[in-house]
Design a protein around this ligand. Structure first.
Ligand code: FE2
Length: 403
């Protein structure tokens, strides 16, 4: 039986057949698979019946185990985490914003292996965006503005105590241990050579985990990163992967971004994951690493420039694109804007409960900072501790840290 690698005809990805991963794999076969991995970035191995021991053994064909912070491993396997959600779980879908795994680490993982244990009959697809292709097709003007720049990567939006998986995250079956270690930052080049293939790619995305650009004012840096994100996850660069049970996927974190999706309410979903460390000795060039600790100034310097809008219709008109740009709110939020009405935001859906008299809202969508003038009441647990009173009649709700 020989290995067959069939490109899936999408922006990235190939299906691998002719190999049974439940048995040991020869070094020749490993070399062949690695070559296909570097070429297609996402390898899909259907119909593989693997135990957790097998999953660990297969991961080690690609490199040492990476370090998985913040998420508790499964019993008896310290290098495996379960990406799981119970049928009756109502917590927001895990990791449904674009990212590349643990890019805030000094040497982020080369790859991630994900094996399906229990997949729902519908929904729960994983999206992959090819970052070689996105760079290749990038307009010259945007590329020029990114060339030579380093982005700060941090897990603060997700895994700090105030992050979306922090103290306010409840009812989740995955055990996530948020920590203020997540406030650390690490700079990586935005455009970098793939360490093994030497081919250039965009590395990482806002806002998981890119949180600013070295040497640029915070707002300007985030504006550029958001413009980059709008470019890098366009449909033509994206492959939508549909899961079947007993399927192993290994992707190259240095080449693709990925994102979970929901759409399987009422069904259970469980996949087991390992990360594969990058091996700096394989790199064609020595990596340039810059370790940076977070500065108070930077964390405070959120956008000061605000867009003024008036009335309930304007709230909708301004909130909608902002929520879409950031991939939706991970936690359902209910906002009572007093005389302007009550808004429910869940994922990307915004529903106005009531239309009443006008009030004024100023908003900086790039950081989700809303400044609401008027007689305001704000509800929803995720808002707690993020509401600042500005003078007698306005309240600033900083949604930074929700992601
Ligand atoms: Fe991920």
């Amino acid at each position: 039986m020989s290995i067959q690698v069939t490109p899936n005809g999408e922006a990235c990805g190939a299906i691998v057949a002719g190999i049974d991963l439940s048995n040991p794999v020869s070094s020749e076969e490993i070399a062949e698979i690695r070559k296909a991995w570097l070429e297609h970035h996402v390898l899909i191995f259907p119909k593989q019946v693997l135990t957790d021991d097998d999953l660990e053994r297969v991961s080690l064909y690609f490199g040492e185990f990476g370090v998985d912070p913040f998420i508790k491993p499964i019993e008896g396997h310290k290098n495996i985490i379960a990406i799981q959600r119970e049928a009756d779980e109502t917590s927001p879908i895990f990791a449904d914003i674009w990212h590349t795994d643990w890019s805030f680490q000094e040497v982020p993982p080369a790859g991630t292996c994900l094996y399906s244990v229990d997949v729902p009959p519908e929904g729960g697809d994983t999206l992959y965006a090819n970052q070689h292709l996105a760079l290749e097709k990038m307009p010259e003007d945007l590329r020029k503005r990114l060339e030579g720049k380093y982005a700060f990567h941090s897990a603060m939006m997700g895994y700090s105590k105030k992050g979306s998986y922090g103290d306010k995250d409840e009812g989740r079956s995955m055990v996530i241990e948020a920590s203020d270690d997540a406030l650390e930052k690490q700079a990586h080049p935005i455009i970098r050579q793939h360490p093994e293939s030497g081919k250039e790619a965009i590395f990482g995305t806002a806002i998981a985990y890119m949180v600013g650009i070295e040497g640029m004012p915070q707002k300007e840096g985030m504006d550029l990163l958001m413009e980059l994100q709008r470019w890098q996850v366009q449909e033509e660069f994206v492959y939508r992967h549909k899961w079947e049970n007993n399927m192993l996927v290994i992707w190259d974190n240095r080449s693709v971004l990925h994102k979970a999706t929901g759409g399987y309410e009422g069904y259970r979903r469980e996949l087991h994951r390992t990360t594969v460390a990058d091996d700096v000795s394989r790199w064609k060039e020595k990596p340039v690493m810059r370790n940076t600790s977070i500065s108070e100034d930077q964390s405070e310097s959120v956008a000061k420039e605000r867009i003024s809008i008036s009335g309930a219709d304007d709230i909708m008109a301004q909130l909608k694109p902002a929520v879409d740009t950031f991939g939706g709110f991970p936690n359902p939020v209910k906002m009572n804007f007093g005389t302007a009405g009550v808004f429910h935001i869940s994922g990307k859906d915004i529903v106005r409960e009531d239309r009443q008299a006008d009030c004024t809202i100023s908003m900086a969508p790039e950081v989700f900072e809303l400044v609401i003038n008027g007689d305001i009441d704000v509800m929803g647990a995720v808002m707690e501790g993020k509401v600042q009173v500005e003078g007698d009649s306005s309240i600033a709700i900083s949604l930074q840290g929700l992601f």
